[in-house]
Design a protein around this ligand. Structure first.
Ligand SMILES: *Cc1c(COP(=O)(O)O)cnc(C)c1O
Length: 445
């Protein structure tokens, strides 16, 4: 066997083994079902089918056309919409489809500031203060000018009154909701009315909260005034890495425009194996999503409460900490501490607790901290919930985190406790039955 083949396969197996024993708390991640993983490893992973099902540029699409049509139909049902495009290959590409459909280069878009939780795909090409290159997708790729909405640090949400004033003054062509730090529903209803006044289209980037929305929680942007919702299908929606564009428009011209902005504007091939995985995950969520996402939200609240009781300063205590899958902690309050966000991320990783450091909205502008070692950490419970964990298990996780961050026990020692705790959670829940373990490495004979 070639050395490289052996080396890569060994690394894959090590990765799988590590995740079998880890507590995965990255808010933008999840774990797919075994059936989805099987589809993602099928022959579709090296096929082309440019265009829309039934109108392809290539021959040989008989079966994958049917699979894609199933994905479209299930997406329309799960998200209660008239139009779904399952071709965008990621959330960023889905955002570019929407930008291309509704704006021209040079137009203004208003959205959340990036340090307050907006995503880099919403950002300008250059920073305003020092003209440094930021290379946010909206600016760098589509030439949009960005006028940020006002964000309220206390409420961890868009400030309605000040943002109304900004929209009236700057008259954006596109108003964009959604972000990567996303604890509470955004004021879509309140600001969409003002967007209409100035002739702006309204977009909702649901990358993080897509599954919560599909299952009927969090908020329903397309019913609250948004014209279009984009998303990644692998965060709270536990599917393969992919993107989606959703709209409830009945206007056939608008539908044609959206389709063309996906293909040919943004895509050539569209990762058909992941479309098949998406179809399977949509079927899972139509059957188990309500139960799954209810537990996700319960677990997030339980983890926040348990960490709070152990001395962690969780944002927005006055609002019940969170209404999504996320929990954000300001870890600058510990007097005797192992460090800031970056240090804590590394320490927890040594114990196989996987989290990410996160900028707090005031880190850069007020406290002179930056992304490498910010004052915050962000936790997400989508994946551990899919492993079957409930509220009491969130208490166990908070205790393990406290041992490292507050009691300053050696992570290498706590790692053994993490492994012991993880033994009970080896199968996936909220999906069709299988005998394969959640992170089992599947090897083709
Ligand atoms: C993760 C994320 C994206 C990008 O999604 P990809 O699928 O990684 O391209 C876009 N917008 C927001 C708000 C995100 O959090």
């Amino acid at each position: 066997m070639s050395n490289t083949l052996k080396k890569v396969q060994d690394l894959l197996i090590e990765h799988h083994n590590a995740f079998e024993n880890a507590i995965p708390l990255i808010a933008s991640e999840n774990v797919t079902s075994i059936q989805c993983r099987e589809a993602c490893n099928s022959d579709l992973s090296h096929r082309y089918a440019e265009g829309w099902p039934g109108e392809r540029v290539y021959a040989g699409c008989e079966w994958l056309d049917q699979i894609e049509q199933i994905a479209i139909d299930l997406a329309k049902k799960y998200f209660r919409v008239n139009f779904a495009d399952v071709r965008p290959i990621s959330g960023v590409v889905a955002n570019l489809v929407a930008y291309t459909a509704y704006t021209e280069p040079g137009d203004i878009m208003s959205c959340m500031p990036i340090p307050s939780g907006g995503h880099i795909s919403h950002g300008p090409k250059y920073g305003r203060v020092s003209k440094n290159l930021i290379n946010g997708t909206a600016g760098a790729v589509h030439g949009l000018d960005i006028e940020y909405l006002k964000f309220n640090w206390e409420e961890m949400n868009i400030d309605v009154d000040q943002s109304i004033a900004i929209i009236r003054e700057k008259k954006p062509k596109l108003l964009l909701f959604g972000g990567s730090v996303f604890l509470f529903p955004h004021p879509v209803k309140e600001l969409s009315e003002v967007a209409r006044e100035v002739g702006a289209k309204v977009m909702y980037d649901g990358a993080h909260v897509l599954g919560l929305i599909g299952s009927g929680y969090f908020q329903d942007p397309l019913r609250e005034g948004a014209d279009i919702m984009t998303g990644s299908t692998h965060k709270t929606f536990p599917g393969p890495q992919h993107g989606i564009v959703l709209s409830d428009t009945k206007d056939s011209e608008e539908i044609e425009l959206l389709k063309k902005c996906a293909f040919p504007a943004m895509l050539s091939n569209h990762h058909l194996h992941n479309v098949a995985g998406l179809a399977i995950t949509l079927a899972e969520m139509l059957e188990f999503g309500i139960e799954y996402h209810a537990q996700v939200i319960k677990n997030a609240k339980a983890l926040a409460q348990a960490l709070h009781e152990r001395g962690f300063k969780i944002l927005c205590e006055h609002k019940g900490f969170t209404e999504s899958h996320q929990v954000v902690a300001d870890i600058t309050n510990f007097e005797n501490t192992i460090g800031l966000g970056g240090d804590i991320e590394k320490a927890l990783e040594k114990a196989n607790i996987i989290i990410n450091r996160n900028l707090l909205p005031w880190d850069i502008v007020r406290d002179n901290r930056n992304y490498t070692n910010p004052g915050g950490i962000r936790l997400g419970v989508s994946e551990v919930t899919r492993l079957g964990m409930k509220e009491r298990d969130m208490v166990s996780i908070s205790e393990l985190m406290k041992k490292i961050v507050v009691d300053q026990k050696k992570p290498e020692v706590i790692k053994e406790e993490v492994e012991e705790f993880r033994k009970d959670f080896q199968t996936l829940h909220y999906c069709f039955p299988t005998k394969t373990r959640a992170y089992e490495y599947i090897s083709f004979k």
